[in-house]
Write a protein that binds this ligand. Structure first.
Ligand code: ADP
Ligand code: MG
Length: 255
């Protein structure tokens, strides 16, 4: 029986970088099975927040809790082991085939040790085959089926961003963190990616925290939204409410 999807709680988070307050006392909750968006102008503190949740940055004050655990001082690989997977804002994969990249995502789940895998012991071979089948399923789910054995370098930009997301999904996360998943995409690729993200929520039932600059995209797929500006939370609620908030409108018009 699958374990329940936990709630992510960001509690009074503050991050300072020598003098600069990147995040100032920010709190929000990501409910199980929902898409929660973190939006705001450039420099608002979105990636910083994301990096604290995934263990890459240290909080100056406040806490991040998930599945009854305090993540605030855990290393990134310990957080990943709690079924939290992330993508990066600017990484676009260039090496290997789609299958190779997805198998890297499966690596953290591999039970057989290095030696038995290298010696191709039957159990390790069976396990590798299962991982490959699951990776192929996830590729199909994200529309990458026909590209599975192609080099990622030969794919269109939008598809490479999809491989990045597929690789995160190959870790079988309960919480998926997406940093600007449609950045650099054409409008048609953006709409398709938004639909895919909503499909991931609906079909897998996992929670998704998404950082995005594109308001239109967020309004289409998010269940709840937190808006940051200069490190402060300026609005929090449903997309409809946040969109009409005067503080949000002026923050966006101001950039
Ligand atoms: P966003 O993702 O909303 O565009 P960031 O979280 O990347 O914003 O940045 C928020 C602020 O923190 C910016 O002023 C940025 O320059 C600063 N900042 C982010 N990361 C670092 C860092 N590692 N060292 C120093 N300053 C940083
Ligand atoms: Mg950013």
């Amino acid at each position: 029986e699958p374990k329940p999807v936990p709630t992510l709680v960001v509690d009074a988070l503050t991050v300072r970088f020598s003098g600069l307050v990147a995040l100032d006392n920010v709190s929000f909750t990501v409910a199980p099975g929902t898409i929660h968006a973190l939006i705001g102008p450039n420099g608002a503190g979105k990636s910083t927040c994301f990096n604290v949740v995934s263990g890459v940055y240290r909080a100056t004050a406040g806490a991040v809790r998930y599945a009854g655990k305090d993540l605030t001082r855990l290393a990134p690989h310990r957080i990943a082991r709690l079924a939290v997977a992330r993508t990066f804002q600017n990484i676009v994969l260039t090496h290997g085939t789609v299958a190779d990249n997805l198998m890297l995502g499966r690596h953290s789940l591999t039970r057989a040790g290095f030696t038995s895998t290298a010696l191709r012991l039957p159990q390790a071979v069976r396990e590798q085959r299962r991982h490959r089948e699951r990776a192929a399923e996830i590729a199909d789910f994200l529309g990458l089926g026909p590209a599975f054995d192609k080099p990622v370098g030969s794919l269109a930009y939008g598809d490479r961003k999809r491989v990045e997301m597929a690789r995160a999904l190959c870790m079988e996360p309960k919480l998926l963190l997406l940093d600007e998943p449609v950045a650099g995409m054409h409008p048609t690729e953006r709409v398709a990616m938004a639909e895919t993200i909503a499909k991931v929520r609906d079909a897998l039932g996992i929670s998704i925290l998404i950082v995005e600059h594109d308001m239109g995209l967020i309004m289409r797929i998010a269940d709840s939204v937190t808006v940051l500006d200069f490190g402060r939370l300026i609005a929090d609620g449903t997309p409809e409410r946040v969109q009409r908030d005067p503080a949000v409108i002026s923050a966006y018009l101001g950039t």
